[in-house]
Design a protein around this ligand. Structure first.
Ligand SMILES: [Zn+2]
Length: 224
């Protein structure tokens, strides 16, 4: 589904993958849970592109619902994979980049199970992204360090299109935007700082990993 010209949300996948169409090829942000590659490639195909038109995959963080489709997509398309160095190390071994220490017992059990089963096929990340770097995507896509949910979490901001891709640093529902839930956050203080940094960018369109795209985000950033 087209969000704005050149930017699509690919529906029916956890977590939301976003596809950017440029003259220099297609860029994907996040790749869904394991098994999502086929749906993503079908979507690309339905737009009239070949799988080899997918040139780069940017990963916000290593959690299995964002990196699960990487191995199959890389193999099918030959696309290069990009992430922060911290997340890349986790992607390379197919594990999460963080250890959570929830207080509630049921969450302890849930996370222990997730650690055991939520593995992904290890993928070699081709290049590390750093804060402030500008990619030749969507008229200049800025790499923004947004640690908190995970230690090496990244967001991507395109000033020309006024759009911000936030991974799991924020989630949304029909009523607005929320910070990463505390029990599912590596560092809560850093998570708050990251949202402040994102709000200062002033993007009016926010694309989260979970929940709908928010098109009138200014004033809705969860600062407190
Ligand atoms: Zn997620």
């Amino acid at each position: 589904m087209e969000i704005i010209q050149h930017v699509h949300w690919i529906p029916g996948i956890v977590a939301n993958p976003y596809l950017i169409i440029d003259s220099n090829g297609l860029t994907l942000i996040d790749s869904g849970i394991p098994g999502s590659a086929k749906k993503i490639l079908n979507y690309i195909n339905n737009l009239g592109y070949k799988r080899t038109d997918l040139k780069r995959i940017l990963v916000t963080h290593a959690d299995f619902d964002h990196s699960g489709g990487l191995a199959a997509l890389k193999q099918a398309s030959g696309a290069s994979v990009y992430a922060s160095k911290l997340e890349a190390e986790a992607i390379r071994i197919g594990r999460s980049s963080r250890q959570l220490k929830p207080e509630k017992l049921y969450l302890k059990v849930m996370y222990a199970l997730a650690n055991r089963y939520a593995k992904t096929t290890p993928v070699q990340v081709d290049d590390f992204l750093v804060d402030g770097q500008i990619l030749d995507v969507l008229g200049g896509l800025h790499v923004v360090d947004t640690p908190g949910h995970t230690p090496g979490h990244l967001s991507f901001f395109a000033p020309a299109a006024n759009i911000l891709f936030v991974g799991d640093s924020m989630v949304s529902d029909d009523n607005g935007l929320y910070r990463s839930v505390k029990d599912n956050t590596w560092d809560h203080v850093k998570a708050i700082e990251s949202v402040r940094k994102q709000a200062a960018l002033g993007a009016s369109i926010v694309c989260p990993g979970h929940g709908p795209v928010i098109k009138d985000a200014v004033g809705k950033y969860p600062l407190v």
